[in-house]
Design a binder for this molecule. Structure first.
Ligand code: PLP
Length: 450
């Protein structure tokens, strides 16, 4: 009985990223019960097109029996063992090799975690220890970006650039610095996107000089920033960032938790955006969200030094590289390969972009943008000037709620509506997504006008 679930939830469930006061006042949660392909149903039989792949993760779509079978079989064979102290399991090792096989040649070694947050924690611990082992210069500082999101653990929350998270954490980590996002819509002013991309990259050099080039260990960024509003950098940005990092010997971390596993039309976002990272955290699309698993790929030059210098990395989680999650991830990657979902995403990407662009005639749409199957619709009160509504997030939240009412899951990042549908989406389903989005935009416009 769904009403009973809602009652229980209100009584017992403390939710992440939720304002419980208003949430309970509105009647509690929508209970999701079933899903298939790009569609999800709630306990009241309401059908929704999941334009967000859950939380940017269900890349192969819902209802994949093969993934359930892979989990079932592995649970019967060996439900658990760890990879500490010189042991491994078959699927864990096979998965390491499989991930390596879909990456550039230099990424041969994979460290497993349970999530994207843990992957980024792992990287900070690794990189700081690495530079200490190497000796002088003793590089310990990280440069990241405002509006970046790298997870919710203490380290990841500080590495990310969400002010609200920094304030709540209350204990800022030393040695984390932030520069602006290359977000032309809000920050580009009169510059062309290309000029603005170079300006945003130049800020990195300025920050490096301020912190001291010998102190900076690494720069971290998502190739296309996701949770801050799908911020797609101008084409000039990443190549320039890479040039600056190389100039000062600073490692590049490409956070592929959202962009990895085909989302942008290549296996990795760094391939789409044109740069070569040294370290790659991943999660989400690694198992398409069917079970929790994360990983970090390290380039050979780091691994060679680290292994040669010797000693243990005092770091690891009980469930990291869990054999059941690994078996599911392995099957998930096999599906992505077999169905050529990366190629499909690259091929259908321009259609998705055009479909979104058809919304530009709407009175509150200031911009649409996308790469592969990740995109955004900027809500604006003044299209010509890229103006913003008062009280950031108010109109976005209205639009998100209107989407829900009409059968579409589209998330709001303040007043930026974001989309990342499962990679199996068809042209016909994209048409339906955009039709539903327009219905929600119309309803939102009516509310804003009144
Ligand atoms: N990095 C990026 C780019 C993300 O988008 C996220 C989650 O949304 C994370 C890291 C954190 O991953 P997780 O929620 O699995 O800890």
């Amino acid at each position: 009985d769904i009403a009973e679930v809602v009652k229980n939830d209100i009584a017992h469930h403390f939710h992440p990223f939720t304002d419980h006061k208003s949430f309970h006042a509105e009647g509690g949660p929508r209970v999701m019960t079933q899903a298939d392909g790009i569609w999800i149903w709630d306990g009241n039989g309401h059908k929704l097109l999941d334009g967000m792949s859950g939380l940017w993760c269900v890349n192969v779509g819902y209802g994949r029996k093969e993934l359930a079978e892979a989990a079932y079989k592995q649970m019967l064979d060996l439900p658990y063992y760890n990879t500490f102290f010189k042991t491994t399991t078959v699927p864990t090792t096979e998965l390491a090799a499989k991930i390596s096989s879909v990456m550039p040649e230099r990424f041969k070694h994979i460290f497993f975690t349970n999530s994207g947050s843990e992957s980024n924690d792992t990287i900070v611990r690794f990189v700081r220890h690495y530079w200490k082992l190497k000796g002088k210069p003793y590089r310990q500082h990280f440069i990241a970006r405002t509006r970046g999101y790298h997870g919710s653990t203490m380290v990841a929350a500080n590495l990310g650039g969400f002010q609200g998270m920094h304030e709540q954490v209350g204990t800022e980590f030393p040695g984390f610095h932030h520069i602006k996002q290359p977000h032309w819509f809000d920050l580009g002013g009169d510059k062309t996107p290309e000029e603005f991309g170079l300006e945003a990259a130049a800020e990195l050099e300025k920050k490096i000089l301020e912190v001291g080039p010998d102190n900076v260990a690494a720069f971290i960024g998502e190739p296309i920033q996701g949770a801050g509003g799908v911020l797609i950098p101008p084409s000039t940005y990443w190549p320039e960032v890479q040039k600056i990092c190389r100039k000062y010997g600073i490692l590049i971390i490409s956070d592929e938790v959202i962009c990895g596993f085909g989302r942008t039309g290549n296996w990795w976002g760094f391939e789409t955006m044109g740069f070569e990272p040294d370290i790659v955290p991943m999660a989400k699309g690694l198992s398409s969200g069917y079970l929790p698993i994360g990983a970090v790929a390290f380039a050979d030059h780091l691994i060679k030094d680290f292994f040669e210098l010797g000693g243990e990395f005092y770091h690891g989680m009980t469930y990291a590289g869990h054999p059941v999650a690994a078996a599911v991830a392995l099957k998930n990657i096999e599906i992505i390969e077999r169905e050529n979902l990366v190629g499909h995403t690259r091929e259908i990407g321009p259609y998705f972009a055009e479909a979104l662009a058809s919304l530009r005639d709407h009175p509150i749409v200031g911009e649409t943008r996308s790469v592969g199957l990740i995109g955004a619709i900027e809500l604006s009160n003044d299209k010509a000037r890229r103006g913003r509504f008062a009280s950031p997030g108010r109109v976005g939240t209205m639009c998100r709620d209107n989407c829900f009412k009409n059968g579409l899951i589209m998330r709001a990042c303040w007043d930026t509506m974001v989309l990342a549908p499962p990679l199996v989406i068809t042209r016909k389903e994209i048409d339906e997504l955009v039709r539903l989005a327009r219905v929600a935009l119309d309803a939102t416009y009516d509310q804003v006008k009144s």
